[in-house]
Design a protein around this ligand. Structure first.
Ligand code: GLA
Length: 401
């Protein structure tokens, strides 16, 4: 009897110890990494994927660099030129990653020198798994080797994808590459492309990531679903609820822009760009910069809209009211004002009203108004501001008490 009681006591003790051990992982493993000091504002640039997919090569990238300078995009803040998937060739016998010699005959270092000579920065792509999404070499097991090579080439930005990762743990996989980038001593902005599956808004910033995708790939459509793609409206609805996670150095990424790729109307592209600015999203153009229309260029280079995206407070705007198909979005600005987006998702024009109380102001306050897209001051008002908004369109104003 006594032996049995002792056995039970020892058994219980064993259980308690085992539980304690399991509940107490290495505490240092989860310490947040100090911020790398990059991306104080959402990054701006261009990426090859949306337009060129696996057709990327040295000419395509050089043409984008030249166009970024000549079009005036550089003057309004676009900086990063990012080569997406399909630049990779084979690994050398020592494991070193090489560029595809047919696509990049002069190598990445020469390209980086060219980009830097124009005052721009170069980004590149890799994948946390064994292969990239297009089946090229992934960085798994080569993280430190690849980071050293990227740094030696003069890379300033890494987009890190999530294909072929099997049962890998996302936070630790991204942390490993963040540590590898840190170890190079070169400032390299770190962009996670994990599609929101492991809820990166909860852990990415603490693991050295500057921006993280919130969902699948964007497609050049106003709305709808493809195989692994979403239209603008569907992506916006994934990104909006994550607004509290964004701030200087760490941003939600609703994916690259489709502006100018031909699948939407001018009104829809203006709404797409406005929503990205309102959400403090990275503004990474995804069109053919060397052959864009004047309309696309004007849209991508509106200084006042870009200033809202880049506002130093770094707050992500979000929906504060719904009126049928009409929505009111508000983004707090560093000067105490709000960037207000009246957004009409519907197929018919509608009147949308932004009430001060929805923006966090008392109704009696008088505020100055500025029409952002048209760069025009509007008469000061108190209480509310209404405007007629065309189908799929926006009216964007700043409201400053
Ligand atoms: C994934 C990413 C895209 C792009 C492709 C490249 O789909 O989400 O943004 O990088 O891979 O293969």
């Amino acid at each position: 009897m006594k032996n049995k009681a002792l056995l039970i006591v020892w058994g219980l003790l064993g259980l308690v110890v085992a539980t304690m051990l399991r509940a107490d992982p290495d505490p240092t493993a989860m310490l947040p990494l100090a911020a790398n000091g990059l991306a104080a504002a959402p990054p701006m640039g261009w990426n090859s994927w949306n337009k060129f997919a696996c057709g990327v090569n040295e000419q395509v990238v050089r043409a984008a660099v030249d166009a970024m300078v000549d079009s005036g995009m550089q003057d309004v803040g676009y900086r990063y030129v990012v080569i997406d998937d399909c630049w990779q060739g084979m690994r050398a016998p020592d494991g070193a990653i090489e560029a595809d010699p047919d696509r990049f005959p002069r190598g990445i270092k020469a390209l980086a020198d060219y980009v830097h000579s124009k005052g721009l920065l170069l980004g590149i792509y890799s994948d946390a798994g064994s292969q990239s999404c297009a089946g090229r070499a992934g960085s798994r097991g080569h993280e430190f080797q690849d980071a050293q090579r990227f740094a030696a080439w003069g890379i300033d930005y890494l987009k890190y994808d999530w294909c072929h990762t099997g049962s890998q743990d996302a936070p630790s996989s991204y942390r490993t590459m963040a540590l590898a980038l840190r170890a190079t001593g070169r400032p390299i902005l770190f962009s996670a492309c994990e599609w929101g599956q492991a809820r990166p808004w909860l852990w990415a910033a603490d693991n050295g990531v500057n921006l993280w995708r919130v969902g699948p790939d964007i497609m050049d459509r106003w709305s709808g679903r493809g195989d692994y793609q979403l239209g603008v409206l569907d992506i916006v609805d994934l990104a909006e609820p994550r607004h509290a996670a964004a701030g200087p150095g760490h941003w939600n990424d609703p994916d690259m822009l489709e502006v100018g790729n031909g699948g939407m109307t001018e009104v829809e592209y203006r709404s797409h760009f406005s929503l990205w600015a309102e959400m403090a999203a990275p503004l990474i153009a995804g069109n053919d910069l060397a052959h864009m229309t004047p309309t696309t260029r004007v849209l991508l280079t509106n200084r006042e809209v870009i200033a809202i995206d880049q506002d130093r407070l770094g707050a992500q705007g979000h929906r504060v009211a719904r009126q049928g198909d009409g929505e009111v979005w508000s983004k707090p600005l560093a000067d105490g004002g709000r960037a207000v987006l009246l957004f009409n998702r519907g197929d018919r024009a509608t009147t949308i009203t932004a009430r001060w109380t929805d923006l966090g102001y008392p109704a009696h306050v008088t505020a100055t108004l500025r029409d952002v897209w048209n760069g025009k001051d509007l008469p000061a008002v108190s209480g509310a501001f209404s405007a007629d908004v065309e189908a799929h369109g926006v009216v964007m104003v700043t409201v400053t008490p």
